[in-house]
Design a protein around this ligand. Structure first.
Ligand code: HEM
Length: 430
């Protein structure tokens, strides 16, 4: 049984902070921010705090703690301000949807099978085609000029997602410059990130950049809308790719497929969420393979054993990937393991990724009320200055909503819970 104990309570560590500005001046931006956080976790410990202009962020590092946060029975995703900005072009797509938006559940149910191993087999031939474009380009460069590995991994992932997901060819290997969509998305993501890192309000003076952002949003949404229109015009009803699945699969609960605006949001989401994560992971994987020739030799031997000299490697080999051992320290159920693995990779490979792996996820009011009605006990542990009062407020609000009580009655109800030992605080002053 857990007992509150002041002996175990300790402040969340943090560097000395300036009034108001907090740590803002010492926080590096962009890619350097991730490396900085990893360094701070090594020096301050796996949980530490940063403050900037009144906003506090608790940074958590390490597989075990990330796994705690990935437990969806206790935490939900937090659509933080930067993600709210991304909603201007990704709307209620899976990544930026608020928990309460109905399309999140609907899209999740409809799309889940499109990410299964069986679906991967269907995408295999297309993936192979794109991989061959990459190899063709690198063969031509061999011995003549250096290749831009991260740039080509971005080409590879964009083309793969475009073709496997929506039958759209960005033709990235046939042109020197990136596709206008890719440029617009890169700029728009950089804009939202810069806004998130800027002194609040300063973006009002970014007139030119804001206008460019609006144009980029229009370019992205118009292109995707045209892809959807063309698919509808083609008259088919295949559910063989992500777009077909979204257009023609009825939701089991409502009987209706996703609407076109949400489909557009999902298409943009897949391109954002899929391309930089995957291109980053591939770039790092290639880098480390070149640094560890013994691992490269093992990977090569495995590929040779699976496909030998086959001119066209088939998708059958995909099933063998299950034999690969999970990364060290990864445990838990299947879904949980995938999430941990993804978060781990994401944290390492993210270059300028807007999609943060960590999230604060409060439990929902229904679950909280159900636990209380069943006689459950509440144990609140953490920051006593801001978090604990906010939790008390949330509990009294739930009580008022459920029972129609006024503020005073709700406060008395909470005192009753505390007195009966059903609401225990083990908090420290931040
Ligand atoms: C190595 C490659 C990838 C990594 C490391 C990665 C990492 C992650 C992580 C950590 C999350 C959860 C974030 C959170 O809950 O806060 C996530 C969610 C998501 N990822 Fe990926 N991802 C990768 C590839 C992809 C690809 C290829 C796609 C699509 C084509 C994709 C689409 C999504 C979507 C839609 C979500 C939101 C899911 C939901 O909330 O329902 N990801 N990814």
């Amino acid at each position: 049984m857990t007992q509150p104990s002041v002996v175990t309570a300790q402040p969340v560590p943090e560097r000395p902070a300036l009034p108001l500005v907090g740590h803002a001046l010492s926080l590096p931006k962009g890619f350097a921010a991730t490396a900085h956080m990893m360094k701070e976790v090594r020096e301050l410990g796996p949980v530490y705090r940063v403050r900037a202009f009144g906003t506090e962020l608790v940074i958590v590092g390490g597989l075990d703690l990330v796994a705690e946060l990935a437990d969806e029975s206790r935490f939900r995703k937090n659509v933080h301000p930067e993600l709210v900005d991304i909603r201007q072009f990704a709307g209620d797509g899976l990544f930026t949807a608020f928990n309460h938006e109905p399309n999140w559940r609907k899209a999740h149910d409809i799309l889940m099978p499109a990410f299964s191993l069986g679906a991967m087999r269907d995408y295999h031939a297309t993936m192979l085609r794109v991989a061959r474009s990459l190899i063709g380009k690198w063969d031509q460069a061999a011995g003549r000029r250096a290749v831009d590995v991260p740039g080509d991994m971005t080409r590879l992932t964009f083309d793969t997602i475009g073709l496997c997901g929506f039958g759209y060819d960005f033709e990235s290997f046939r042109q020197e410059d990136p596709h206008p969509f890719v440029e617009a998305m890169t700029r728009a993501l950089a804009f939202t990130q810069a806004k998130g890192e800027a002194i609040p309000g300063s973006e009002r003076f970014w007139l030119k950049r804001s206008e460019r952002f609006r144009q980029d949003v229009t370019l992205m949404t118009s292109l995707v809308d045209e892809v959807i229109r063309q698919r509808r015009r083609s008259g088919g009803s295949s559910t063989g790719d992500l777009l077909g699945r979204m257009l023609h699969t009825p939701d089991a609960r409502t009987g209706r497929p996703l609407d076109d605006v949400n489909i557009r949001n999902q298409v943009i989401t897949f391109l954002i969420a899929g391309h930089e994560t995957t291109s980053g992971a591939l770039s790092f994987a290639l880098y480390y393979l070149t640094k560890h020739p013994e691992v490269l030799a093992r990977a090569q031997a495995e590929v040779d054993a699976l496909w030998g000299d086959a001119e066209t490697p088939g998708p059958a080999g995909l099933r063998h990937r299950r034999r690969l051992p999970p990364p060290r320290g990864v445990r838990g159920g299947r879904g949980r393991r995938c999430r941990q693995h993804a978060s781990h990779l994401h944290a390492r490979a993210r270059r300028r990724c807007p999609l943060r792996p960590g999230a604060h996820r409060p439990g929902g009011a229904d679950e909280v009320w159900a636990v209380l009605e069943a006689g459950g006990k509440v144990y609140v542990c953490g920051d006593g200055r801001r978090m604990a009062p906010a939790v008390r407020e949330a509990f009294t609000a739930i009580h008022r909503r459920r029972t129609g009580a006024d503020e005073e009655e709700a406060a008395r109800w909470l005192v009753g819970l505390v007195e009966s030992g059903r609401y225990v605080e083990d908090v420290w002053a931040g």
